[in-house]
Ligand binder design. Structure first.
Ligand code: CP
Length: 310
């Protein structure tokens, strides 16, 4: 693959190669000196036109640990505020002989547009309500590490489905790996045609669904994407769809809890669950972000394997 834009272009074998490579990079990350020369001489532009904590910082750390040169660029500090178009901006950056653009943007389709006009590798770091493929990969990595395999796994994806680019990549990725997927959401936070999600089951009853799940994946309510639509009452949402201490008794003994971050504590996830020492793998997901982004950059750019053969 040249780009990582649409997770549905990746097969189960492609995804396993990324996860196995990420596991190799875990050994690198646990050495005293965490840096390898594999992408020495490559230049990666991180173009973040929307806020980010995890994705942006983990891409930058991944690039540094692979010895790539990074340029952090985007948002209101660029000439786009003077009216420069996306295409002219990308062509300007490509004049520097860069190798890869990692892009986050509020508009769906921007990564594909950049791939069409730039000629360099493009990684989608989240586009509008569309996809977030490296998030899906880090989620798969964390679930694989926690559970040992994807066989016979039932994953519930809970919450604000209609505004979520995370589930735009995660649900197809879980299906590619052979998991059973149940989507759980209030009817107002589901798309008009829930069948387009590709899940096995769709329900609005969290309490009925929870006892069946091996992995409970909680989504954030995306306040910034409601665009004038009625916003839920957060107390009521927490009562009906929040993963609270009271709901712990409904979970399988070995069920684990995921969240892509940032968390709305007390809304979709109570601190009891977010910080639960046995159930929560949320900080493992954050760490996996560095590992899978190192793997994706290495595989897409074709770096040398100097120093990574554990
Ligand atoms: N999960 C995620 O994409 O988080 P950030 O918005 O902080 O990058």
């Amino acid at each position: 693959h040249k780009h990582l834009i649409d997770i549905t272009e990746y097969s189960a074998d492609d995804i396993m190669t990324i996860l196995e490579t990420a596991k190799t990079f875990k050994q690198v990350n646990e050495r005293r000196i965490k840096k390898v020369p594999t992408l020495k001489g490559f230049t990666v532009v991180n173009m973040f036109n929307e806020p980010s904590t995890r994705t942006r910082s983990s891409f930058e750390i991944a690039e540094k640990r692979l010895s790539a040169d990074s340029l952090n660029f985007g948002g209101s500090s660029t000439a786009t505020v003077k009216g420069e178009s996306l295409v002219d901006t990308v062509k300007t950056l490509c004049s520097y002989k860069i190798d890869c653009i990692v892009v986050r943007d509020r508009w769906a389709g921007v990564p594909r547009k950049i791939a069409d006009v730039s000629g360099v590798s493009v990684i989608d770091a989240g586009d509008g309500k569309h996809q977030h493929p490296t998030q899906a990969l880090l989620d798969l990595y964390s679930i694989w590490e926690e559970k040992g395999s994807f066989d016979n796994l039932h994953v519930g994806v809970v919450g604000d489905i209609s505004h979520s680019r995370v589930c735009g990549s995660l649900i197809p990725a879980l299906k590619i790996m052979g998991c059973e997927v149940t989507v759980i959401a209030p009817p107002t936070l589901l798309p008009a045609r829930p069948d387009i999600l590709g899940a096995d089951h769709v329900t609005s009853n969290l309490d009925e669904a929870l006892p069946e799940l091996d992995v409970v994946y909680m989504l954030r309510i995306q306040r910034e994407r409601f665009e004038g639509a009625p916003y839920p009452n957060l107390r009521e949402y927490n009562l009906l769809y929040g993963l609270t201490e009271e709901r712990d008794r409904l979970l399988k003994p070995d069920a684990c809890v995921c969240h892509p971050g940032p968390i709305n504590r007390g809304v979709e996830l109570d601190s009891f669950m977010a910080d639960h020492p046995k159930r929560s793998i949320i900080l493992d997901q954050v760490y996996a972000g560095v590992l899978v982004r190192m793997a994706a950059l290495y595989l897409l750019l074709g770096g040398s394997n100097d120093g990574i053969d554990a």
